[in-house]
Design a protein around this ligand. Structure first.
Ligand SMILES: *Cc1c(COP(=O)(O)O)cnc(C)c1O
Length: 396
């Protein structure tokens, strides 16, 4: 008797009149088509799915949801999901720029973005320079005849400065330069770059959008179909496309984004005010506090939404910094942001350790500088834990 081989054959999916409430997870790498004509037509009009690197349903469902938040018109082709926030930026650069172009970046971009600007683009023959995005005259002075693109973050990491976005949008438009905004820190709940007049918005979806530190993903949105096609081709060709499971997790996280945004912002507002009263804390940086250097701009630009990120300076140098994280074991000391729970990061020993002490001092990043990504936990508990840790670290 021959052994049955039918178990090797895929038999399809049971049908049901009722449908699953939850988005199905579709890990299939490849899709079968009825015949060559149908496959030909699929490639010709880029419809449906053929091979997961080219696109898959879990990425599309996630992209469509972020498109709603970022006001991306589906007629443009819709947003693009990438394997990480860095690959979102990489896909834009690789899809749009040519050797000989110049890119102007904000001078306090995310660490890997700075590396891309200062080391990797120059290696590919693309000129770059950096300028302070809170200073429009400095941005304008840094433009060159071959400037093709500007990359800025609305709120800088970790010093929480607010860029002159209205001025930068107008500058880019007047000069015919593409403007890419990394909207990760700000989130579309506080700022929508495309509505404001930028050409491209990107996200590390890894952070507050997905919100649970269990998926690494990026997003690119644009309302220009030609740009969209160039960026998508770079993403697919260079193989920066995402895993279905990560997209599935991120969609699940995104469902509660608006609630987490509100809860983390409320907590951050309270924590910033509490920190400012703590002996041992010499400075608090939160955009909507009256003592913030960009307070008026934060109120006007972000509708008074300070967001989930704040920084503070602890008295007492590295020793006090070590003591603080040890005295707050329930607050994860981890170099990320946007998690459901509060995380603390220490730029002098992580994101900014490559700078000289003088370089850090110029940014106001002393050994006591901490960045806090505020979570949704009970604010009273959070304040009491951090307050006890600050006291232990500075009054020992
Ligand atoms: C984390 C982050 C990135 C990079 O995103 P990954 O998902 O880690 O690749 C880019 N920009 C900002 C502002 C970030 O916080």
């Amino acid at each position: 008797m021959t052994r049955p081989t039918s178990i090797v054959r895929r038999t399809g999916w049971p049908t049901s009149v009722s449908r699953p409430v939850v988005t199905p997870l579709q890990p299939s790498v490849v899709y079968s088509s009825p015949d060559p004509d149908a496959l030909d037509a699929q490639y010709a009009d880029a419809s449906g799915y053929t091979y997961a690197r080219e696109g898959h349903p879990n990425a599309q469902v996630l992209a469509e949801k972020i498109d709603m938040l970022e006001a991306v018109d589906p007629a443009s082709g819709g947003g693009i999901i990438t394997g990480s926030g860095m690959s979102a930026i990489g896909a834009v650069f690789l899809g749009v720029l040519q050797a000989g172009d110049h890119v102007l970046g904000g001078d306090q971009l995310y660490g890997r973005s700075l590396r891309l600007m200062t080391q990797d683009l120059p290696r590919l023959g693309i000129e770059t320079s950096l300028a302070d995005p809170t200073d429009l005259a400095a941005m304008e002075a840094a433009l060159r005849p071959n400037t093709r693109m500007i990359l800025v973050e609305v709120v800088s990491n970790p010093t929480i400065r607010v860029a002159d976005m209205d001025g930068i949008v107008k500058l880019a438009r007047d000069r015919g330069i593409l403007l890419m905004v990394d909207n990760t820190f700000t989130t579309p709940a506080a700022y929508q770059p495309l509505v404001a007049g930028a050409d491209i918005t990107i996200h590390s979806v890894t952070k507050l959008l997905a919100g649970h530190s269990d998926a690494t993903l990026g997003y690119v949105g644009t309302n220009d179909p030609d740009l969209r096609r160039q960026i998508n081709d770079a993403n697919v060709t260079w193989g920066m496309t995402p895993s279905p499971f990560d997209c599935w997790l991120a969609e699940r996280g995104l469902h509660s984004f608006h609630l987490r945004h509100r809860a983390t912002q409320d907590n951050a507002t309270r924590l910033a005010d509490a920190l400012a009263e703590m002996p041992g804390v010499t400075k608090v940086l939160y955009p909507t506090r009256a003592d913030h250097p960009d307070h008026n701009r934060a109120v006007a630009l972000l509708g008074g939404q300070g967001g989930h990120m704040l920084s503070f300076v602890l008295d007492g140098g590295r020793e006090a910094a070590n003591a603080l994280t040890r005295a707050a074991p329930n607050i994860a000391f981890a170099p990320t942001l946007g998690d459901i729970g509060t995380t603390l990061s220490h730029p002098p020993s992580s994101s900014h350790r490559g700078l000289t002490p003088e370089g850090r001092a110029a940014l106001g990043i002393s050994e006591g500088f901490f960045r806090v990504s505020v979570g949704v936990e009970d604010a009273d508990l959070l304040i009491s834990e951090l307050s006890a840790a600050v006291a232990a670290a500075t009054q020992g």
